[in-house]
Design a protein. Structure first.
Length: 124
């Protein structure tokens, strides 16, 4: 079997090395709107109507981004009457988002320290 994608754009996990699967995960996370959606959903299930003002996306764009997250198996949808509710598939997503935040804080702290050192050198 070749390393190709199925018709719904999901990777064929039997064919791809773990590094490629990780890259697919990070591609799915590689959009600020999708990150905002996930940050809301790790707090609990939300309807599309609840999500829209919280994440600041137009309705059609929100639906598109939810579709990407669904195809990446990061969120699940549940229909109740005319409403669709979304939740994260795994609570581990909260850990991923928290780790990303800590990594950014660490990086920014290092950058601030470097800038302070450079500024001190310039005033000497």
């Amino acid at each position: 079997m070749s390393a190709s994608r199925s018709t719904d754009s999901r990777p064929l996990s039997d064919d791809l090395p773990i590094s490629e699967l990780k890259a697919e995960l990070f591609r799915a996370l590689g959009n600020p709107g999708r990150i905002r959606i996930l940050e809301q959903l790790v707090q609990g299930e939300r309807s599309v109507g609840e999500l829209q003002p919280l994440v600041g996306l137009e309705s059609s764009h929100l639906s598109q981004q939810l579709g990407v997250l669904r195809r990446a198996n990061l969120v699940v949808a549940r229909k109740d009457g005319s409403q669709v509710f979304y939740s994260v598939r795994s609570a581990l997503l909260a850990d991923v988002l928290a780790s990303a935040k800590q990594l950014l804080i660490s990086s920014l702290t290092d950058t601030q320290s470097l800038l302070a050192d450079l500024s001190d050198e310039r005033t000497r």
